[in-house]
Design a protein around this ligand. Structure first.
Ligand code: HEC
Ligand code: HEC
Length: 457
């Protein structure tokens, strides 16, 4: 598998070099055109050479390496998910050397796990089409893991048996396009997997004592909390402050946001914890439990983050460091993922055009969601009052504010609702909320136009 990826990376690198060479050769005879080349955007620029070419090459290599890390790196976290929680044992089941009934492919798909069709051999695809693959047998799940086809989950094998399991960024921040079957298709990196029931998957592990000890509670309570999250949600702050539920009794978990269209955006996460790379280091060490370095003395605030402060999460140094040297490429890759354009026919064009006018005009949305970033250039944060919501989640973060969500690609994550906790089920609910708290006095038709515009972004 890894050899295949290396080969593909090498191949695309060779193709890039080859096409640059071809352009140079083709254009040599004509002096006027020799120094220029047309780009995908239709603009003509001087052909890169010398340092310019070195920068382009370095960028392409960084994107390749970052993609590899985003999709396939566990950062050594199998020591936690496999060796400590023993998740591999309950996935395999007793019949395959583990414990219990095991996890069938049907159950795995039901939990929102996705299968990368490009990792499946042709023969297996034929069998799947013919319906001769047993999707009720955990042995099939183990085989899919061995093919490295389960998005975001890596199986480790000893003498052909599943011996450990690790997780990758792609688990939560990639989905598939369902091109083969529901849950089976080509990867869509950066898309939030709003089908994924992270809590139920973690709760499937037989040994949750690591979480129970950390949170000072019982494994039963941990399991109850994990099962309260539901699909598309994860609680990145639970291991810092131990708050599992909001004052109204609902889960404290937040929606998985997309990881595309992030370039130009200053602060990230719902509550603006930091830059992309700050959060990548945070997640890889503290949430995925990979091996690496993370420094953020804001976590030493024992009143706000009692668990983080007591456990020294503000200054983590695990050796060997498998994370730090990958952060630059990982950062580069995420910044390179464009927001996917809304497909034709999924919104009403004239209405969206009217909505654009309202967004910048009467509804004043663009004051915060500044096009084309749709967040503020600068310190893109607001108090809970400014957006008319409670401060529970904001208070669980260093700056106690909400970050202005960049709105591009909203159409890819309508499942689970909008705002950090999905409190607004539809975009119309969002618009109605602003209409009420900001006293916008929008007509029903204007609200619909705004919704069509939001769908078009
Ligand atoms: C278990 C699910 C999960 C995994 C695994 C995960 N994330 Fe996230 N990610 C989330 C959630 C949930 C948030 C929102 C956290 C918050 O606001 O408190 C988030 C936030 C982000 C953001 C901020 C996006 C924005 O809106 O600005 C980025 C970037 C990101 N993750 C990248 C990564 C990378 C890179 C990895 C791997 C190193 C990773 N994530 C692993 C669930 C996950
Ligand atoms: C005062 C600044 C501000 C203004 C004005 C504003 N927003 Fe927002 N918007 C935010 C913030 C902050 C969030 C994130 C809320 C959260 O995390 O719960 C947000 C979130 C959203 C979301 C949810 C995004 C997601 O990923 O779930 C949508 C949709 C949205 N705004 C649309 C609008 C529209 C439409 C208007 C105009 C009617 C508007 N906003 C006006 C600051 C603003």
């Amino acid at each position: 598998m890894t050899a295949g990826i290396r080969f593909r990376s090498l191949l695309s690198f060779i193709l890039v070099i080859a096409s640059v060479a071809t352009i140079t050769v083709l254009q040599r005879p004509e002096k006027a055109r020799a120094q220029t080349r047309s780009n995908a955007d239709g603009l003509t620029r001087p052909l890169a050479k010398g340092l310019d070419q070195a920068i382009v090459n370095s960028a392409l290599q960084s994107i390749e390496k970052g993609r590899e890390a985003f999709r396939f790196d566990t950062f050594g976290d199998e020591a936690f998910w496999g060796d400590t929680l023993n998740l591999d044992a309950t996935i395999a089941g007793a019949a395959n050397g583990g414990i219990g009934p095991g996890l069938t492919p049907k159950q795995a798909l039901g939990l929102g796990l996705k299968v990368d069709v490009e990792a499946l051999p042709a023969a297996l695809k034929d069998q799947l089409r013919a319906g001769t693959v047993n999707l009720d047998d955990p042995a099939t799940t183990v085989a899919l893991l061995q093919l490295n086809s389960v998005v975001g989950v890596k199986g480790f094998f000893t003498n052909g048996a599943l011996s450990s399991v690790g997780i990758q960024c792609a688990l939560c921040h990639s989905t598939v396009n369902d091109s083969f079957a529901p849950g089976i298709g080509s990867r869509l990196d950066g898309w939030a997997n709003r089908d994924l029931n992270v809590g139920a998957i973690v709760a499937f592990a037989p040994d949750l004592s690591a979480f129970a000890t950390l949170l000072g509670t019982t494994q039963d309570t941990v399991r109850q909390v994990l099962n309260s999250w539901g699909p598309g949600k994860f609680d990145a702050e639970l291991a810092l402050d131990g708050k599992a539920f909001r004052p109204d009794g609902k889960t404290a978990a937040t929606l998985i946001p997309p990881a595309f269209g992030l370039a130009g955006v200053n602060l990230h996460t719902w509550t603006g914890w930091g830059s992309v790379t700050h959060w990548n280091a945070f997640v890889a060490t503290l949430e995925m439990h990979g091996k690496g370095t993370f420094f953020d003395p804001r976590l030493n605030d024992a009143a706000k983050f009692p668990i983080a402060a007591a456990n020294g999460f503000g200054n983590v140094r695990t050796t060997p460091d498998l994370i730090t040297r990958k952060l630059a490429d990982l950062h580069f890759y995420q910044l390179a993922i464009p927001s996917p354009a809304a497909p034709n026919g999924t919104f009403n064009v004239p209405a969206a055009n009217r909505g654009r006018g309202l967004f910048a005009g009467k509804a004043a949305c663009a004051a915060c969601h500044v096009p084309p970033l749709f967040t503020e250039p600068g310190w893109n944060m607001h108090t809970p009052d400014e957006v008319g919501i409670d401060d529970f989640q904001a208070k669980r973060s260093p700056d106690e504010r909400y970050r202005t969500s960049p709105l591009k690609g909203l159409w890819t994550h309508t499942k689970g609702g909008f705002y950090h906790d999905g409190r607004f089920a539809t975009l119309l609910d969002v618009v109605n909320h602003y209409d009420a708290v900001k006293g916008l006095e929008l007509t029903e038709a204007e609200k619909q136009d705004l919704v069509e515009y939001l769908k078009s972004l």
